[in-house]
Each structure stands twice: as structure tokens, then as C-alpha cells.
Design a protein around this ligand. Structure first.
Ligand code: CUA
Length: 329
């Protein structure tokens, strides 16, 4: 067969499972096709009108036949549905201990940022054996983050975050594509995912220049934009303290409870009046819509995240402890 293959290389833990389901769909479809076209052909020949012979007797329905050819396909479809749904939910739900990456799509490039502050364009470096969670944002139009070898494809929609995750299994260099037509140079919007052994990855992480970890940069923005004057970290200020807020439920003044996740923090920065925390006032915080870049937002979110470190998600940063940060200029 040489290089001829119906599947791209398999580079993630998920790829084999996706291919198995795909093969099942293919085989079921092939069997159905052979059955249907075979029957049409055989019956057309066998029961053709012969000169001089009377028309054969007609059948008008058989309950047994109807039941059999309804039930069997239904059960086969049910298998497809349950199997597909399980795979879908697994692929949509990242596990607890992930390595976090932040990827911003922009006409026409992928900008990648690591918690440690490393940045790349159209190149991603990940280790094998660790689940990687990618938070996807777009600065302009809809893009689609597509790594065929990982069987990962996710639309990247401006205005909110999308989450994709994978666990790479084999070191190598895999294609990254944009799979949503996004303008003149859409076809050039691509890059490479470099999968390395954990040891090589550590070496890669420690090399190269950087402008401080994402937490440090977020902390800088936090004081630069004056957030720190109201969001006093360890006392009651005019705005809710952000210590231990991320990842926990938040009570709102309209009685609802929401989970403080990336999307919630993002919305609260851009449109603070959308959700008001119980016991706090409306119109206290300025609206930051259009003031902060997507990358700045991600840095702020990583900083806010670092203020509440759930035990299962240590923030991999080498910067100084964040408590010392964020004093007014
Ligand atoms: Cu971005 Cu196509």
C-alpha cells in the first residue's frame, strides 16, 4: 500500500478510537450498499417479465418483514448514536490535570502562548503522555483549529472561548490547519505541532526568550488597568475579591449561580454589568470592551486563575508568588 492510507497518521490517544468508529460506519454502510444494490440487481433479473408468462402474484405487505427491516437498522443506528455520543463527550471534556495552552486565531496565523510566557506563531510544542487543553480565541472572524493526526477539529469563534484537548502519543511533527474559510490567505493559515518526549519538552521550555510568565504579565495588566484598586485581593473592596473565585460557583444578585470559568471572567472584564455578584453594585466597574487584546484577556484570565489554585491544577510558573504582585503603580 505504501503511503496510500485512508487515515492520516495517528498521533493522539483519541485517534484510534475515532478511526474505529469511522471504520464501523464505513463497514455498516458498505454492507447496506451491497445488500440493497445486490437485491435490486438479483430481483431485476430473476423476476423480469418473460414473454408469454403471466405477471407473478403480488404481495401487499408483511408485518414480519416490516418489523424485521425496521428493528435491525434501528438497533444498528442506536449503536452508532451511543458510540458516537460517548466519543463526542469524551472529546469535549478535558480531564482535570491538563497542560494549558492559549491559541488565538487571527487573519491569517495562529498565535500560541504558554503559561510560562513563551510565545510562538504557527508552531506548537507539546509533550507526549500529558493531556493538553487548548483555549481557543479569535481576534477577527471564525477560524477552525484542525490537527488531523490528533483527530481534533474545533471552530474558533470571535467573542468567546472554545476548548479543545488532546493527548499526544508519538513524538513527531504534525500538520496544523485552519479548516474554516476565513479570507484571502485562509489556505496559508497553518503550521505545525511538534510533539516531543517529556524530557525534550522540558529542555525546549527552558530555552528561548520570554517576557515573563502569563501570570506575571496578567498581574502587570491587572495593576495597569487599575483593577487592583477595587478588586482588593485579601480584603473587602468595592468589587469582589478574586482570591479563590476561579473554578468555584458564584452567587449573582438575580439569584442565579454561575461557575467562574474562562468565559465568565472574560465576560466580566468586557461587560461587567452582564452578571453582578450578589451584594455588589452595578456600574462600578468600567467596561473594557475594545480596550484589551485577546492575548491580554488570556493573560488576565491566567492571572485570575492563579489566585485560586485548586489542588488538582497547579499553575506551572516559575515567577514570584502572585500575592506580592498587583500593587497600584
Ligand atoms: Cu483561518 Cu481559515
Amino acid at each position: 500500500m505504501g503511503n496510500l492510507s485512508i487515515f492520516p497518521p495517528r498521533g493522539s490517544a483519541f485517534a484510534g478510537q475515532v478511526d474505529l468508529l469511522y471504520t464501523f460506519l464505513l463497514v455498516v454502510s458498505a454492507i447496506m450498499m451491497v445488500l440493497i444494490f445486490g437485491c435490486i440487481f438479483i430481483f431485476a433479473v430473476k423476476y423480469r417479465r418473460r414473454p408469454g408468462a403471466p405477471p407473478p402474484p403480488q404481495h401487499h405487505g408483511s408485518m414480519l418483514l416490516e418489523a424485521v427491516w425496521s428493528t435491525i437498522p434501528f438497533l444498528v443506528m442506536l449503536v452508532m448514536f451511543v458510540w458516537g455520543a460517548k466519543l463526542y463527550f469524551d472529546s469535549a471534556t478535558p480531564p482535570a490535570n491538563t497542560l494549558d495552552l492559549y491559541v488565538t486565531g487571527k487573519q491569517w496565523m495562529w498565535k500560541v502562548e504558554y503559561p510560562g510566557g513563551q510565545r510562538e506563531i504557527n508552531e506548537i510544542h507539546v509533550p507526549t503522555g500529558t493531556p493538553v487543553k487548548v483555549t481557543l480565541a479569535s481576534e477577527d472572524v471564525i477560524h477552525s483549529f484542525f490537527i488531523p493526526a490528533f483527530r481534533v477539529k474545533h471552530d474558533v469563534v470571535p467573542g468567546h472561548y472554545e476548548i479543545a484537548w488532546f493527548q499526544a502519543t508519538k513524538p513527531g511533527r504534525y500538520h496544523l490547519f485552519c479548516a474554516e474559510y476565513c479570507g484571502a490567505d485562509h489556505s496559508k493559515m497553518g503550521g505545525w505541532v511538534n510533539v516531543m518526549s517529556p524530557a525534550d519538552y522540558e529542555v525546549w521550555l527552558s530555552g528561548g526568550e520570554r517576557g515573563g510568565s502569563m501570570v506575571d504579565q496578567g498581574a502587570k495588566l491587572f495593576s495597569q488597568y487599575g483593577c487592583v484598586t477595587c478588586h482588593v485581593l485579601d480584603a473587602k473592596g468595592r468589587c469582589p475579591s478574586l482570591r479563590n473565585m476561579f473554578g468555584h460557583p458564584v452567587q449573582l444578585d438575580d439569584g442565579r449561580t454561575v461557575m467562574a470559568d474562562e468565559a465568565y471572567v472574560r465576560e466580566s472584564i468586557l461587560d461587567p454589568n452582564a452578571k453582578i455578584v450578589k451584594g455588589y453594585e452595578r456600574n462600578v466597574m468600567p467596561v473594557f470592551q475594545g480596550q484589551i487584546s485577546e492575548e491580554g484577556l488570556l493573560q488576565l484570565i491566567v492571572f485570575v486563575k492563579s489566585l485560586s489554585q485548586p489542588p488538582e491544577q497547579p499553575v506551572p510558573t516559575k515567577g514570584p508568588p502572585v500575592t506580592a504582585k498587583g500593587s497600584p503603580k
